[in-house]
Design a protein around this ligand. Sequence first.
Ligand SMILES: [Zn+2]
Length: 535
Amino acid sequence: MVRVTCLGAAESVTGSNYLVESSSGKKVLVDCGLFQGGKVMENRNWQDWGFHPEEIETLFLTHAHIDHSGRIPKLVKDGFHGQIITSPPTAELCQIMLLDSAHIQEMDAEWQTRKNQRQGKGEIPPLYTTEDAEASIKSLRPTERDQLIEPEPGIKARLRNAGHILGSSILELWVEENNDSIKIVFSGDLGKNNQLIVRDPHEVFDADYLFIESTYGNRLHRPFEDSKQELLEAINYSVSHGEKVIIPAFAVERTQEMLYILGEFYRQGLLPDIPVYLDSPLAIRATKIFRKNKKYYDEEAQAIVDQGFDPFNMPNLQFTESTEESIAINEKPGSAVIIAANGMCTAGRIKHHLKHNLWRPGASIVIVGFQAQGTTGRQIVDGAKQVKIFRENVSVKAKAFTIGGFSAHADQKDLLEWIGNFESKPRVFVVHGEATASETLAKRIKERFNLSVHVPRWKERLMLKPREVAYEEPREAERMPSLETAMLNTVIDLEKELKALKRRVKAKETQGRIEEDDVGRLKFVQEELQAILSK
Ligand SMILES: [Zn+2]
């Protein structure tokens, strides 16, 4: 029996962490993310792991987002000295993100300590330090996707493209169990089809058990093209008033998507001639990693490269790395687009830009990402007349544009479509979602596919057995099917085979597997089919 314990991202979206244990005592981890969003959640980062980090030899990391990777330095600090298997772009992104996260942890601890000392209390240590982050980076083992690996005896795995952010992966995991093997698939964060930059999520056809994310399990995204139009509208609105456009954006993926769209506007002659500032050191570093990793782009992004452009560039784009350069932006009058972190307006340089522009009629604040309750970003979305920034009340006179179509997550329709690829009827566990999102998705999966579905609670331990295959002697009537049944069965088989053929034709590695002769033979089958139909 394989045990899976949901130690994070169960009944919530942050802190992703699953412990997989085989009956022979092997333990591996899937993701090791930071809990985020309020005191109660953040306190979980300090709690016991629920296992001994030194016993873990392998950690599989689906992608670089901090809610999936942000507790790795703590794991290392607490005794983990195994390997971290992840895709090459994820490994690169993790290097900058874990160091950035360590810096934030150190600053937080310093601030808390100063506050404590004023009250006569003791020092607060950081959750982890820059040294811990550096040690974590040494454990990263970049592994290309689509290849079967055996990181330790009895454990096989394969990373597949999840289409969520650069390098994001689905994990296929095979755990050996007494001469048998159980296949578990972890979706990780799943992207939507036709997302910018990254390719569509890989279709998986079989699993005994499936762990599926449900961030938007109860929602449908607005059309992407409409969102692009809204962004252009916001820019034109502020340009016509000679004011600035402020875009709070997460440093990894959302920022690069914004640059990609602005680049597209530029090449189409739609972008007004104003400066575009990328004002976040982390986002600048992430953009450089995106620029480097061209081989992971989708066809559209590749086509832009083939035409001689950089998808994340335009002549007016300026990277403002230093604090002085950042301050100078607001001293220059006139229109500009400013992309800054963080995405929810709670910290970072974005706060300075809001302070300088929120009160200015004609300026615009473009909200392109999820805004959690209690954040400044959420207050702006909810139409607050005034918000507090650096202990100062700033009135909101700028126009807020809330654009909903830029999500990097599959919505309910995409998730169901992806699950529809499975031909093996897996048992499904719905994770990584707020309770209502997970429950709604679970209900839809049951209705649509008649699969057994469960929404695990935080810390719930699931017992996974090898799936039994039942054999049944065919009944008399089934041995000699009627002409209609035989015909129907053949049509169903044919449908399956055609689907498989379509997949093969569409696949990149088709060359050599299809010959000219094959097309002729298929045409012959088609003619025979038409003959049957025309009778
Ligand atoms: Zn993510």
